[in-house]
Design a protein around this ligand. Structure first.
Ligand SMILES: [Zn+2]
Length: 215
């Protein structure tokens, strides 16, 4: 089964990706990991990408597209793949479409995690992290026993600089700008399944699992 997962930061995309990969035995391909791997293994495309990154430039779509192609042809994708973070614009989506058909691994479904902006604001701005062990808390939904103190290690809890509403708004709008056209592209193909991500993790997972079992 070949899948793509979409959703803004804070939608639980990482957690769902892990669960999907485990349950359905598909390779989870997150763009960041893919780049790091290709660069450290010094594959031809990896070397090319590193050249751009070292010069402080964005990696061109063409290089990214070739890297994804290389990646989904690897053995661990024999049973399928789960793309995460790619395609992130319409040009990449078109290019990927061609590649996927060429190598006979077209997408079977797109999981689109949706939630209201206000919910995202609550989730992100309420997040507190332990500066020692990295445990994650929330000022409403996952309070530590003692305010500001980590239950696990006694470390001090802090709010990440990126977890403010101002920064979230910028990230969220960027996400929408980049991905709206991509989602529409797949929606027209009948591939998109919207999943309500404003639920407990177990319930989001149940919806995802039920859907994928029927794909
Ligand atoms: Zn801690």
């Amino acid at each position: 089964m070949n899948l793509l997962i979409m959703g803004p930061a804070g939608s639980g995309k990482g957690t769902m990706s892990e669960k999907i990969a485990n349950k359905f035995n598909v390779a989870h391909i997150s763009t960041g990991d893919m780049f790091r791997e290709a660069i450290s293994k010094q594959t031809p495309v990896g070397v090319e990408a590193k050249g751009y990154i070292d010069e402080g430039k964005l990696v061109p779509d063409d290089v990214t597209n070739r890297m994804v192609k290389e990646r989904i042809m690897m053995d661990d994708c024999a049973n399928g793949y789960l793309l995460d973070g790619y395609p992130r614009n319409l040009a990449q989506a078109h290019a990927f479409d061609e590649v996927a058909y060429q190598i006979d691994k077209p997408l079977d479904a797109v999981i689109n995690l949706t939630l209201d902006y206000e919910v995202l604001v609550d989730r992100i701005t309420g997040r507190r992290i332990c500066e020692d062990c990295g445990a994650i808390y929330h000022i409403q939904s996952k309070q530590p026993q003692v305010e500001g103190v980590c239950d696990v290690c006694g470390g001090k809890l802090y709010q990440r600089e990126d977890d403010t509403e101002e920064k979230l708004k910028v990230r969220y709008e960027e996400y929408l700008n980049q991905t709206e056209a991509v989602i529409e592209f797949y929606r027209e193909k009948g591939l998109v399944k919207d999943i309500n991500a404003d639920q407990a993790i177990e319930d989001v997972w149940k919806d995802v699992e039920d859907y994928l079992e029927a794909v």
